[in-house]
Ligand binder design. Structure first.
Ligand code: GCU
Length: 407
């Protein structure tokens, strides 16, 4: 059962800028012992400190992958979109000792005969929601109930077919010369609090869990790395040009994937908000306490020590963005998506920029939030677009431009 604790009852989000508390952000360029980070060489060391803090205090530590990965082609259509592209379905089996799980990966790529860069992202309702035809099977995994997506009793159905194509505009992506790879997040780790017995966590039954063990966000992120393992064996893709992206909770997962796995050459957070790109110390919209109570399985247990206690956090989310440096990272907000704190997402980009400067790169080109629908792109990109929470064609246009700029 998907338990949403006290939604709308015990919590009144702050949406007043004037009521954002004064706060001081931890300096990404200061070592724990107090010394100053002065060059990229120092940053390697400092990065390890910051990474460890996110691991133990926020997302939890994911295990090393020491199992076997096997890919089975489910279907392959080299004649997709009148022969302009190919579409393929692959079942990735992850086997470790006596345990095996699988997730289905849906791949689209242009028939250029040359390896291409690609976007990789988890989807919310199954791969069949990205396909209008029956070749892509409906996921059999646990799914959230959602009438418009055709899921009930935690089962997906044909009624969801094609419903998310507008959010994954593969025709536009392919015509710009990029591949698109997606998989259903519920096959990686079902999104409910089951004590970490299913999904990728099930591969590590011997693991004694503690306050710093991986939660579901870390599980989803870890799953993205297994897809990357597989992409490294695919001829159509340039594995050194894979952008990882995600929306909302899956934007949090994309950021953590980019932090854990530097093979991701570009990282995109779409409306990731609290526990993603937004600064926790602002307590605007969703807060640390609120997210931990609503979704107790998303983070390491340690994260709840900062409920209503954000100033005690040894890091803030700008340092998560900084973990990508010098790789490009893009953060996108929706102006009506106040729950995700658009301004807090922007300020996070600004506060991550000194780390890029260390590499002689421009992070966020501006220090005041850009006007609506006017993207800013340095090595950190940002836009706040019209409208609310969602991964929209407008967002994709910016991601494609940003990828063109950096790839
Ligand atoms: C909830 C949650 C957010 C999350 C969002 C989503 O609103 O509070 O943190 O980003 O769901 O994933 O859509």
């Amino acid at each position: 059962i998907f338990v949403r604790v006290g939604l709308g009852q015990d919590f009144e989000p702050n949406y007043e800028e004037s009521r954002v508390p004064d706060y001081a952000l931890p300096d990404p360029l200061r070592f724990e012992h107090g010394g100053q980070v002065g060059n990229p060489e120092d940053w390697k060391e400092r990065r390890a400190e910051v990474f460890r803090l996110f691991e133990s205090e926020v997302y939890g530590k994911s295990p090393e992958w020491d199992g076997e990965l096997r890919a089975e082609t489910l279907f392959e259509n080299p004649d997709f979109l009148d022969g302009k592209a190919s579409r393929k379905g692959v079942r990735l089996y992850l086997k470790r000792n006596a345990k095996e799980i699988f997730f289905d990966v849906l791949l689209f790529y242009p028939n250029t005969g040359q390896p291409v860069p690609a976007f990789l992202g988890l989807n919310f309702y199954g791969n069949h929601t990205l396909a209008s035809d029956a070749q892509v099977p409906v996921t059999q995994a646990w799914i959230r109930n959602n009438e418009t997506m055709g899921s009930s009793e935690n089962k997906a159905s044909e009624a969801g077919r094609g419903k998310r194509i507008p959010n994954w505009p593969y025709e536009a992506i392919l015509s710009r010369g990029y591949g698109l790879v997606s998989l259903y997040y519920g096959e990686v780790d079902p999104d409910f609090d089951d004590g970490f017995r299913n999904g990728v966590h099930a591969l590590y039954p011997e693991e004694a869990r503690n306050e710093a063990s991986w939660g579901s966000i870390a599980g989803w992120a870890w799953g993205l790395s297994r897809v990357m393992d597989f992409l490294e064996t695919e001829a159509w893709v340039q594995p050194e040009k894979v952008a990882v992206l995600g929306h909302s909770r899956l934007g949090k997962a994309a950021l953590w994937a980019g932090a854990m796995d530097t093979r991701f050459a570009l990282v995109i957070s779409n409306n990731s908000g609290c526990g993603g790109a937004a600064l926790s110390r602002r307590k605007y919209g969703e807060t640390v306490g609120r997210i931990n109570r609503s979704f107790p399985h998303w983070f390491a247990a340690n994260f709840s020590r900062y409920n209503e206690n954000e100033s005690a956090l040894p890091i803030d989310q700008h340092q998560l963005l900084a973990l990508m440096a010098p790789r490009p990272v893009y953060v996108a907000s929706g102006v009506e998506d106040r729950w995700a704190d658009p301004r807090g997402e922007f300020l996070s980009c600004v506060a991550a920029s000194p780390v890029y400067a260390l590499f002689g790169l421009q992070g966020m080109p501006v220090t005041t939030q850009p006007p609506l629908d006017q993207p800013e792109m340095g090595h950190i990109g940002y836009h706040v677009r019209s409208g609310g929470h969602g991964l929209l064609p407008y967002d994709w246009q910016q991601y494609l431009d940003f990828a063109d700029m950096h790839f």
